[in-house]
Design a binder for this molecule. Structure first.
Ligand SMILES: *[C@@H]1O[C@H](CO)[C@@H](O)[C@H](O)[C@H]1NC(C)=O
Ligand SMILES: *[C@@H]1O[C@H](CO)[C@@H](O)[C@H](O)[C@H]1NC(C)=O
Ligand SMILES: *[C@@H]1O[C@H](CO)[C@@H](O)[C@H](O)[C@H]1NC(C)=O
Ligand SMILES: *[C@@H]1O[C@H](CO)[C@@H](O)[C@H](O)[C@H]1NC(C)=O
Ligand SMILES: *[C@@H]1O[C@H](CO)[C@@H](O)[C@H](O)[C@H]1NC(C)=O
Length: 266
């Protein structure tokens, strides 16, 4: 009888622990991601219904806190597909690491609803589209690592409002435009984030990247040097010709005067 009551209590506890938001989040995420090499263990509907019991997780990559998922770490699992916007239903999520996979598509703007998010690592994938400016609404963000993707467009200046941001890496993408002052600014003698956060984006420019137009400038310099040396050699040869003309003129003149000496007068 006591054992039965215990079982019932356990069942009630796990029922109470199951969170419909986390369930929706995981279900949709597992539908949008592809797992061609079957590396995700326990990613089944039965587990989505109850991924956490207190601090225990039954789902690979998930860390639980008080019955809710607060960390998802699925790095380097050769995952493909896209990131479902319903990921935002995992409302207690503090850390999301989907790095080093082959995930495509955009970064969902709905990630803005993850108001507890502190770490976002989507580096080394094939993500495209723009960096959503709405990420600035995740006020606790202190790591944004998006390096090695195919993100395009400008860096949203709103991200500069994230006061806790301590790691920001958007290197090796296809970003363009001016680096927002709020993300490149000096604090004391140091830039907020150094050039390594921004390099590898052909059309991105501004501090702290070294003055771009380097290519343009060196081409200009080469053209300048070419034109300058051309002009100098022109001047030199002109001078040479002038001197030669003068010398031969003088020679001619002196010969003429010599000749006139010996010429009989008529
Ligand atoms: C899968 O879930 C079972 C229980 O549902 C658990 O015992 C096991 O540790 C889980 N496996 C992983 C990889 O989390
Ligand atoms: C779940 O996420 C979707 C997409 O962001 C959103 O439209 C929906 O309102 C969310 N559901 C709940 C219950 O928060
Ligand atoms: C993001 O993940 C990559 C690879 O998984 C790792 O090398 C990198 O250090 C992570 N970024 C941060 C800021 O921790
Ligand atoms: C950036 O620097 C300028 C001038 O040095 C300063 O006026 C501005 O407040 C700074 N912005 C931030 C976000 O630090
Ligand atoms: C740039 O910053 C990163 C991280 O803050 C640091 O590891 C790296 O050494 C810095 N690079 C330079 C050239 O200062």
């Amino acid at each position: 009888m006591g054992f039965g009551a215990q079982l019932l209590a356990l069942a009630l506890l796990s029922l109470a622990a199951a969170d419909p938001n986390d369930e929706l989040c995981l279900t949709r995420l597992s539908e949008s991601l592809e797992d061609p090499f079957h590396k995700l263990q326990n990613w089944t509907r039965a587990v989505f219904a109850n991924p956490c019991q207190g601090f225990t997780s039954f789902l690979q990559g998930a860390t639980c806190n008080n019955g809710r998922i607060y960390k998802l770490a699925l790095a380097g699992l050769s995952l493909r597909g896209t990131i479902s916007p319903y990921l935002s239903n995992c409302t207690n999520l503090q850390a999301l690491d989907l790095s080093s996979n082959s995930i495509t598509g955009p970064i969902p703007t709905d990630l803005q609803y993850l108001v507890n998010l502190a770490v976002l690592n989507l580096s080394s994938n094939t993500l495209s589209g723009e960096i959503p400016q709405q990420l600035a609404l995740c006020a606790y963000l202190n790591v944004i690592d998006l390096h090695d993707n195919q993100l395009s467009g400008p860096i949203p200046q709103q991200l500069g409002l994230l006061v806790r941001l301590s790691v920001f890496d958007v290197s090796n993408n296809r970003l363009s435009g001016l680096i927002p002052a709020s993300l490149g600014n000096r604090s004391g003698n140091l830039p907020r984030f150094n050039a390594s956060s921004y390099e590898g984006n052909d059309d991105l420019y501004g501090y702290p990247l070294p003055p771009m137009k380097n290519k343009g400038l060196s081409i200009l310099a080469i053209v300048g040097i070419g034109l300058g040396s051309g002009f100098i050699s022109l001047v030199l040869s002109f001078t040479a010709v002038c001197i030669w003309l003068r010398v031969s003129e003088q020679k001619l003149a002196s010969e003429e005067s010599k000749n006139s000496q010996f010429m009989p007068d008529y």
